[in-house]
Design a protein around this ligand. Structure first.
Ligand SMILES: [Zn+2]
Ligand SMILES: [Zn+2]
Length: 246
């Protein structure tokens, strides 16, 4: 499946590969990348950048919403081409390769053919080859990160302990990572669409994820741009209302 580039707002682009979204922010000729896709997206990412008139050297920073490998695939590569990489401190040890997630939950799910198929797709995209980060900076809840676009960090733990959303006040855009998604592919043969928290084997604490939705409502964002699924343009409050009932 090719990497798709979609324009989602002034200076904001969505990159979609398989079932994972990552995003590109342009400000003053510099770029910030929110999440880092899958390792085998690299070549197409490079050509998507050139279509926009940029190269990897124009990327100042990569902000990672959480440590899962489908969100960090190209982070080390972008770091070695000059970008700073940042994530919440609770997820940093995983991204640095100091801690490892148990695959037990995933293995227990694999007997479902549709789930095995979905995992195979990610393996083909290089998910198991996501390299650890040799250097990683940390951000904290409430921080406005001093990078192109100036996103504000909203800590929303549950999916992982360090899961964060990133808020662009100017455009009223909220990048929710996996704290709130509009597609969960682990929820049946066709996945489950609509605003929801991620459940199943990839979430550490779904109840905490539901509690963390309140922090997202506080942004009052108009557009929600999740790590999986289509954008939600009807405001964060209605997305959270649906996610609480999911
Ligand atoms: Zn995740
Ligand atoms: Zn994810």
């Amino acid at each position: 499946m090719p990497l798709r580039l979609t324009h989602v707002g002034p200076g904001v682009h969505r990159l979609s590969s398989l079932y994972t979204n990552w995003y590109l922010l342009e400000a003053g000729g510099r770029l910030t990348v929110l999440d880092a896709g899958l390792p085998r997206d690299w070549r197409e990412f490079h050509s998507a950048l050139s279509r926009l008139g940029y190269s990897p050297a124009d990327i100042d920073a990569v902000l990672i919403t959480h440590h899962h490998r489908d969100h960090a695939g190209n982070a080390e590569r972008l770091r070695s081409s000059g970008a700073r990489v940042l994530a919440h401190h609770a997820d940093a040890p995983y991204l640095r390769g100091e801690k490892h997630l148990s695959d037990r939950g995933v293995v227990r799910y694999l007997w479902r053919p549709w789930y095995a198929w979905y995992i195979l797709g990610y393996v083909a995209k290089g998910i198991t080859r996501t390299p650890p980060l040799a250097q990683l900076d940390e951000f904290d809840d409430g921080e406005v990160v001093d990078v192109a676009g100036s996103p504000r960090v909203i800590h929303a733990p549950g999916h992982t302990a360090g899961s964060c959303a990133l808020f662009l006040e100017g455009g009223s855009l909220l990048f929710t990572g996996d704290a709130l998604v509009t597609l969960d592919v682990a929820r049946g043969p066709r996945g489950r669409q609509g605003p929801q928290v991620v459940r199943g084997p990839h979430t550490a604490d779904a109840e905490l994820a539901v509690q963390s939705l309140e922090a997202l409502v506080g942004t009052n964002a108009r557009t929600v741009l999740p790590g999986h699924g289509e954008p939600w343009t009807d405001g964060i409050s209605s997305a959270v209302e649906k996610a609480r009932r999911s």
